[in-house]
Design a protein around this ligand. Structure first.
Ligand code: ZN
Ligand code: ZN
Length: 344
């Protein structure tokens, strides 16, 4: 154990929308766990859903599920890590005993643990996680490593899609996770990848990261005709990475016969869309979903190390803990905000 500081600063939510920077006891790693000093923690749309109470979170809560940090205390029985090592951590684990865990689908666990959602996360000076959920990131900068979790989620999305070589793909949403997914589709065999979004700033960035076309669309539905003109037969793969249910609804009209729609953004749980079941039947359309990830960190880190996933320009805003509210506002309202990170 290193020198112990017995209290730390952390964002603590007592209930949705009610948070403050609080001085709380510094957690100690139990057997099999690591404690790390958080260098950076990404803020994402999910944190916004936690904030407004529309995501399955357990309060009181310190959110933050995209950490990179430096190991500073090692619990009993942990091998393979050292004090001072940079690591990233996935916060997601199954219970191992529910029926979904026992049939090999732990991401669908009935009692899913998600640090930063159901347990203490990364918007704090220190965080504790099971060592089994921690991965070496000593060869990456914190600015690259902090994108491990969004990259892992994108890799799981690609696994769900099973893109055929030569496909034409369309990704709605040019946020960090949309652009990482678009890159993985391009390098995973798609012949052409289009990103559609309302923000010029984000679309310009998309083009620097290797997508083939960037199309501006409006939240009012404007610009969709350009997507249809560019692919009159439709897109083999259409991804909604926005979480806007209106986009998910329009995706059906853009997918090619025999194609696949991936719901990848977090929509509000009580929203519905209308689909035409005859269309799904007659055109053999697949509608699938991708929720988070549970085993994709090794592949994500490999893609970040090799540069197959590029991250330059993705981090646009950085805030200290006591400006967490500003960070949330930036994520939801600033059109120039891409990846927003907290540096505790
Ligand atoms: Zn996230
Ligand atoms: Zn389970």
């Amino acid at each position: 154990m290193s020198e112990e500081k017995d209290s730390m600063r952390a964002i603590v939510y007592d209930a949705p929308e009610v948070f403050r920077v609080h001085e709380i006891p510094t957690p100690s790693p139990g057997p099999g766990e690591l404690r790390f000093r958080v260098e950076l923690a990404g803020v994402c749309g999910t944190d916004h859903h936690i904030h407004d109470g529309s995501f399955f979170a357990a309060f009181p809560l310190t959110p933050g599920h995209e950490p990179v940090g430096i190991v500073d205390a090692i619990g009993d029985g942990v091998d393979g890590f050292r004090i001072g090592q940079r690591i990233v951590a996935t916060g997601v684990g199954g219970c191992g005993t529910c029926s979904n865990c026992r049939r090999g689908r732990p991401l669908l666990c009935a009692n899913l643990t998600a640090l930063g959602v159901t347990g203490p996360g990364a918007f704090a000076e220190y965080m504790v996680a099971p060592a089994a959920w921690c991965f070496d990131a000593s060869d990456l900068t914190p600015e690259v490593a902090v994108l491990a979790e969004p990259t892992a989620c994108a890799i799981h999305g690609v696994e769900r899609l099973r893109v055929a070589p030569g496909s034409r793909a369309l990704v709605f949403g040019a946020g960090p996770t949309g652009l990482i997914l678009a890159q993985l589709l391009a390098t995973g065999g798609a012949a052409h990848v289009t990103v559609a979004a309302p923000s010029d700033h984000k679309l310009r960035l998309a083009l620097t990261l290797g997508v083939d076309a960037a199309v501006k669309i409006g939240r009012d539905g404007s610009g969709y005709e350009r997507l249809t003109e560019a692919a009159p037969e439709g897109y083999d793969v259409v991804v909604d990475a926005t979480g806007a249910s209106a986009v998910a609804e329009r995706a059906l009209g853009l997918v090619r016969d025999g194609g696949t729609v991936l719901i990848y953004g977090v929509t509000s749980p009580n929203e519905s869309v209308t689909i035409n079941p005859f269309d799904v039947y007659r055109r053999e359309i697949t509608i699938t979903g991708s929720f988070a990830q549970i085993s994709s960190f090794p592949d994500a880190l490999a893609a970040l190390r090799s540069g197959r996933v590029l991250t330059r320009g993705l981090i646009t805003h950085r805030y200290p803990l006591d400006r967490f509210g500003d960070a949330l506002t930036a994520v939801s309202t600033d059109p120039t905000a891409h990846k927003v990170v907290i540096a505790p």
